[in-house]
Design a protein. Structure first.
Lengths: 353, 127, 868
């Protein structure tokens, strides 16, 4: 492991993310079977990116589906292998072939046909809900190498609110997610809220999510997309509706002015180095659309698409040499700049709440 | 063993008739898939017509499979001697073996076609 | 007609269209009478026969050993090479597990990790699992069928050398750090944008191996349906042969779509034809469809042969015939079919309409039924028998335990909505390793313990086998069981590292530890496999199994069987007393090789009535050269060195022609020969009774599948894109298209006429028809190319698709023309006579398929765009 102050890629903003304590796990055991098979898992199924530790109705349905299937699978596995063990080790006396043939018919045909038909009906019937149309906010997410461009389209908006690498959604309503990709295929996956959907160049895919409780989560690109596929993640926050409205209003506004001499110097360096050619910071001359929008960078939980925590040290590290953090990153290295300059730029960016 | 003579016809030694039923499943499957793809892309979101169309395919496919199943059941000729092992070196064993396997494949295909139709009944949306 | 009384076989073989095929029929008595089967054999004669046979079938001495084509040699090389690739691919996995043992690790770079996981998957699939099936089947199938060899031994050898060259090329790229790194699925646009040679190495190297696989599939299918011993009707075939038949057919329909996909892909990489570029009307999803139409049946192509091995071990362990033979046939055939309706379950997250996903969910659940039948039939057999605790059965039992777990998680991921969570996460990594380890590796190793006494005439160690089993079994579960949870905690696949604190650290560490335990188990097995084992066995049939294989000779004789038995049971060694002794004594068919030629008996497809004595090919270097040049033709384009590639292609075709000319369809010294037991069989047939005709027919079925995939591509663009063809696009020239269709039809008619004229001994006219047919074919292809000449294939996917169809047809025309010229040359130099005309029949058959290709292409190029 490489020793370095900000190499420690803890889950971005780890202290604020849902902790890994078992208490958060699924939260709502539903069935007796669940209580029987799950205790071992209960201790371990939490986490900011867990499909079993859910905070959205879609993910909750799927986790429920999983636990039921798991219970069935365990029973069937034990039955099948128990039978094997029985005829092989415990009581190997030959039985009449008639019984054996009945076993094939009952176990191989009748039972699976019935069980699978039931399971299939259940599975198919939950699909329309999972893809139900949204009823308010639309979020347009574009997969880039290796980050997420995020545009919020509140109802009736003509211009999107531009952001990147973080998804913020209101609790209690179903948000529509539109998915596109720039160069290569990616996949948008926020396990705690819903399943994944691919982002494919030339196509527009859609999905929807209905958060049911506020929290902070981590999502990640799930389709192999090149060198830094491992570092193409994002953070997500779900908020109560009024809190969300306030957040959206703030996000719509221009960037904060630099505070203090250092940040002021950083702003000048940022503009002088031509960073604005790729990045936009609303309220400044920086209007680039190639890289992520930085207007409210510091309000996000992580830096560089989930690769680094949002700290000044991490910003310095990133500006110096992005490819050292994310192999193949498209942003050029600025390690030719004086350390002071980089420090100043980091201070400026750190103030963009 | 044989209770009444059955003439051994060319169709009794035809491997392709044995797999006719799963072939119908495959054709039905492709037809349902292609129809859905075209419908959702070119016709639009209202899937009522699609449901009827695919159900129509299913009725036709199941009728054909049932027909093959019955003919395979006859070829199996289970009722004459209740034999289902067919491991002898005779025309009769070979004929009934192919009938038996063909009959079971028809049953499997029948179930598989129903499975394939379930999505249009249960989902009914191009989303 | 009853089989109880022997009768004149000619009566049976005569068919309605006998005159049409000019057939030389079998004569004499069949089936053999009890009296014949009990007739004493003169030991002196038998010894002389055995000596002649031995001389004919022996391996070449010294370094010329490597020119051998016997299935017993090629099968061993093939399986050992595949096993070697498996060890390398497993090594890659260990390095990846080390990299993932702790978060934020930098043991290897992202780039190297990506190359490793790409090659781990690709090698395990293309260089281990599928070739291993072919290798083991080439090695074992003739023995199960009591045949001397495969029907086309040189084709097996060619396939092996092609596999070796392609495998070394693809694997070797890793050493130079230029290995493919786009995943074993090579999704564009990531891979079409890649500027390195990685994707080309993957595409061309593996296409080459796919060709070898199809060759093996053709051979195995023909072997199963035409090379069974007399009397082994289809209801008596060993279950292994049933699986080979099903899997061969699956390869035939599964691999060609990938080859078509590779063709489109390489056209984009080399010439910028935008098949997968959305900017110019292309669609990356087409590749996914073509890849997974191959990719999912592939899983069953891997799984079924291993279950076939289990189906041979289980009855030996239970010491009774398989319960539910018919059920297993049902399940093998049913699985074969249903497995083609699953491919989109690898694409559940691509945003296709829910109903479409639903169809594939449904088929994915339905396929569980035949798979379950298979497993229950094994359990039922164990129930009905008195189980012997043999070591191979331990591996099979482990396989069932692991595979059922993989199957049950398979039921979960087959459900589209659940897959939206599980897809591309470590849950799927766990699932697929449970199915492939349980469905392939465990039965394979069990099978090797079971069959080793047949292959090497020695036994492997029971003790090492047990140690290896328990290491592998526990290590496997330690490694892969936690991955289910890792995946559900959100860890995606194919990440070269991961941050701490998301909850994946401990689970990954456990998996890494487990992976090394698995490796230890596999190494113990590998040591047991290769270590010197001393003396040969005393007994032939150590497991007291019932299949013909265990009538083998100790020490090994290369003749396969001393004489080809008459079979009346599924388990001849159990049910036909004295069969082994009589086989040994040369008391059945073909006990001799008077003419000094390698021969085997060809029988009818369903009832296995003897039809022909086939002269099979012997040792040769030309097969090696053919493979080397074919390799060149595939490998040079990787580096865009086209001239040497073309030279290699020409030389490869030359080698194949030379090999066919010098060793196939040779005019026999006599039209028929006595094969023993009162039976006389023809030595040369043309048309549908000849194995060569079947070879062409089956190959062309595969070829048609590839062509159908291109046609599917055309319609796919139409459904996926509202602007296909683009409203203002230029179209192909109608006049040229029409001319092409007419020329091809005329070329086909000329070829057909040549066959008839040759039969009627109007030799001059036949030669004119062959030459004219070739000229017409060339003109037809030229006209088709001319029709698209004005279109720029780089501008949009529509002209590119038309070009692809034209090029595809033109290349196939070249094949047809070479065949016509081969026949013409044969007619001139005495290889084709009016009544020895197998090459003409095969050429005609090829042209039937070529005509379909040409007319459909003409329709798609000239007519369909106007209608769409």
């Amino acid at each position: 492991m490489r020793p370095s102050d900000c190499r420690v890629r803890v889950s971005p903003g780890a202290p604020t993310l849902k902790s890994l304590t078992p208490a958060g796990c699924a939260g709502r055991p539903r069935r007796a079977v669940f209580a029987l098979v799950a205790p071992a898992l209960l201790a371990a199924c939490g986490g900011p990116q867990s499909a079993l530790d859910t905070a959205g109705s879609d993910a909750a349905t799927l986790s429920h589906l999983f636990y039921v299937m798991l219970a069935g699978a365990v029973v069937l596995w034990l039955a099948m292998n128990g039978l094997m063990l029985w005829v092989w080790r415990i009581d190997p006396r030959p039985m009449p072939p008639r019984y054996a043939r009945r076993l094939i018919f009952a176990g191989g045909i009748v039972f699976p046909t019935v069980v699978l038909a039931a399971l299939l009906s259940w599975g198919l019937s939950i699909m329309p809900d999972q893809r139900a149309p949204g009823d308010g906010l639309r979020v347009e997410v574009t997969g880039e190498q290796w980050w997420f461009r995020v545009h919020y389209w509140p109802e009736g908006a003509t211009e999107p609110v531009r952001s990147a690498n973080e998804i913020v959604l209101p609790v209690g309503s179903r948000s529509e997610i539109t998915l596109e990709a720039d160069q290569v295929i990616h996949s948008f996956w926020l396990p705690s809220l819903a399943g994944k959907t691919d982002m494919i160049p030339g196509r527009t895919n859609r999905m929807s999510m209905e958060p049911t409780e506020p929290g902070e989560f981590r999502g990640q690109c799930a389709e192999f997309c090149g060198d830094s596929h491992a570092w193409m993640a994002f953070t997500a926050k779900t908020m109560m509706p009024e809190e969300f409205d306030a957040w959206l209003a703030a996000e719509t506004g221009p960037a904060a002015q630099p505070e203090g001499a250092l940040a002021e110097a950083g702003r000048e360096a940022f503009m002088a180095q031509g960073c604005g050619g790729c990045h936009a910071i609303r309220g400044t001359p920086a209007r680039g659309r190639v890289g992520p929008d930085l207007t409210h960078l510091a309000s996000r939980l992580s830096l560089a698409a989930g690769a680094l925590p949002m700290t000044r040290a991490a910003l310095v590290r990133w500006i110096e040499d992005p490819a050292a953090v994310k192999p193949g990153a498209k942003m050029p290295a600025y390690d030719h700049l004086a350390p002071d300059t980089i420090e100043a730029m980091a201070a400026y960016l750190e103030g963009l709440e | 063993m044989p209770t009444r003579p059955v003439e051994d016809l060319p169709r009794h030694r035809n491997l392709f008739l044995m797999v006719a039923a799963p072939t119908i499943w495959a054709v039905h499957f492709v037809a349902a898939y292609a129809t859905t793809a075209i419908w959702c892309e070119k016709v639009g979101a209202d899937t009522a017509g699609l449901t009827w169309l695919v159900t129509g395919y299913t009725v036709a496919a199941e009728a054909l499979i049932a027909w093959f199943g019955v003919s395979m059941w006859r070829q199996w000729d289970y009722m004459d001697d209740q034999d289902y092992i067919h491991d002898g070196a005779t025309d009769e064993d070979r004929r009934e073996f192919l009938g038996h396997a063909g009959f079971m494949l028809a049953c499997l295909s029948f179930v598989a076609v129903i499975f394939t139709t379930m999505p249009v009944w249960l989902i009914g949306s191009c989303a | 007609m009853s089989d109880a009384t022997p009768d004149d076989i000619a009566h049976h073989s005569r068919r309605r269209d006998a005159d049409k095929y000019d057939v030389r029929l079998a004569k004499g008595t069949y089936p053999p009478t009890e009296e014949m089967l009990n007739a004493p054999i003169d030991p002196e004669t038998a010894k002389a026969q055995a000596d002649r046979l031995r001389e004919v079938w022996d391996d070449p001495p010294g370094w010329r050993y490597w020119s051998a084509v016997n299935n017993s040699e090629v099968g061993v090389w093939y399986s050992m090479t595949a096993f070697g690739f498996m060890l390398i691919a497993g090594g890659l996995a260990l390095v990846m597990r080390l990299q993932l043992a702790v978060p934020d690790n930098d043991l290897i770079s992202a780039e190297r990790f990506n190359q490793f996981f790409t090659m781990h998957g690709s090698a395990m699939m293309f260089l281990f699992a599928v070739p291993m099936f072919e290798a083991v089947s080439i090695l074992l199938l003739p023995a199960f069928l009591g045949a001397r060899d495969m029907p086309f031994p040189r084709l097996s050898a060619y396939g092996y050398w092609a596999f070796l060259i392609g495998g070394i090329f693809v694997m070797g790229s890793l050493l130079f750090g230029v290995g493919p790194e786009g995943g074993w699925f090579m999704y564009p646009p990531l891979t079409t944008l890649d500027e390195g040679v990685g994707p080309d190495i993957w595409l061309l190297g593996l296409s080459f191996i796919e060709v070898a696989s199809i060759a093996a599939a053709v051979e195995l299918i023909v072997g199963t349906i035409k090379c069974r011993p007399p009397g082994m009707r289809i209801n008596l075939m060993p279950l292994y042969a049933w699986y080979v038949l099903v899997v061969g057919a699956m390869i035939l329909f599964a691999f060609p779509p990938l080859i078509a996909g590779d063709f489109l892909f390489e056209m984009q990489r080399s010439f910028d034809w935008p098949f997968f570029d959305p900017e110019r009307g292309g669609d990356p999803l087409l590749w996914q469809h073509l890849f997974w139409i191959f990719g999912h049946p592939e899983v069953y192509i891997i799984f079924l042969p291993s279950i076939a091995v289990a189906a041979m071990v289980v009855p030996a362990a239970a010491q009774r015939p398989m319960v539910g033979y018919n059920w297993i046939v049902l399940s093998a055939v049913g699985t074969g079919f249903l497995s083609f309706g699953l491919w989109v379950h690898h694409m559940f997250t691509t945003g296709l309409p829910s109903i479409s996903l639903g169809f594939f969910s449904a088929a994915s659940e339905a396929v569980v039924i035949p798979t379950g039948v298979q497993l229950f039939a094994f359990v039922a057999t164990l129930m009905a028998g008195r189980v012997k605790m043999i070591l191979p059965m331990l591996w099979i039992a482990g396989a069932l335990a692991i595979f059922t777990a993989g199957g049950l998680t398979g039921v979960m991921v087959a459900l589209a909505p659940f897959d939206w969570q599980a897809h591309d996460s470590y849950f799927v990594v766990a699932h697929l390793h449970y199915t492939l380890f349980g469905g392939m590796v465990f039965p394979l190793i069990g099978g090797i313990y079971f069959f080793y006494p047949f292959i090497r005439k020695q036994k492997m160690s029971d003790r090492l086998g047990r140690i290896s089993f328990w290491l592998t079994f526990t290590g496997f579960n330690i490694c892969f069981l936690p991955m289910h949870l890792t995946g559900l905690l959100g860890m995606p696949r194919r990440v070269y590292t991961y941050p701490a604190g998301v909850g994946w650290d401990t689970l990954n560490m456990i998996s890494t530890l487990g992976s090394f335990v698995v490796a230890a188990g596999i190494l113990v097995f590998a040591w047991d496999l290769v270590r010197p084992k001393g003396k040969l066995m005393e007994e032939r049939n150590p497991w007291n199994a019932g299949s013909l294989m265990w009538a083998h000779d100790i020490p090994d004789q290369f003749w396969g069987v001393r004489s080809i038995p008459y079979v009346t049971s599924r388990n001849p060694l159990w049910d036909q007393p004295g069969i082994v002794e009589r086989m040994d004594a040369g008391g059945y068919y073909l006990p001799d090789a008077q003419e000094g030629l390698r021969e085997t008996i060809i029988t009818s497809a369903i009832d296995a009535r003897p039809q022909l004595v086939a002269r099979v090919t012997g040792p040769a270097w030309v097969t090696v050269w053919a493979a080397v040049f074919t390799g060149g033709a595939f490998i040079f384009p990787t580096f865009h060195w086209y001239p040497p590639a073309v030279v290699c292609a020409v030389l490869a075709v030359g080698c194949v022609c030379y090999w066919l000319w010098t060793s196939t369809a040779l005019i026999p010294e006599a039209p028929e020969k006595d094969v023993g037991l009162g039976l006389t069989l023809p030595t040369y047939v043309s048309g549908p009774s000849a194995p060569g005709w079947w070879g062409v027919f089956i190959t062309m079925l595969g070829d048609m599948t590839a062509f159908a995939s291109l046609v599917f591509g055309m319609f796919f663009y139409w459904t996926a894109d509202a602007d296909f063809p683009p409203p203002l696009a230029e179209h192909a020239s109608g006049a040229w298209v029409l001319a092409s269709a007419l020329l091809f039809t005329a070329g086909w008619a000329a070829t057909r006429a040549a066959r008839k004229l040759n039969r009627l001994e109007r030799i001059g006219q036949a030669r004119a028809a062959l030459g004219g047919g070739a000229a017409l074919g060339i003109s037809g292809a030229a006209a088709l190319i001319a029709s698209v000449m004005g279109l720029d294939p780089t501008s949009h996917v529509y002209p590119a698709m038309l070009w692809a169809l034209a090029v595809w047809t033109a290349v196939h025309t070249l094949g047809g023309v070479i065949m016509q010229l081969y026949c013409l040359a044969g007619s001139i130099w005495g290889k084709v006579l009016p009544h020895y005309d197998a090459p003409v029949w095969n050429t005609c058959l090829y042209w039937h398929f070529l005509l379909i290709t040409a007319l459909v292409s003409a329709l798609l190029v000239g007519v369909v765009p106007g209608v769409l």
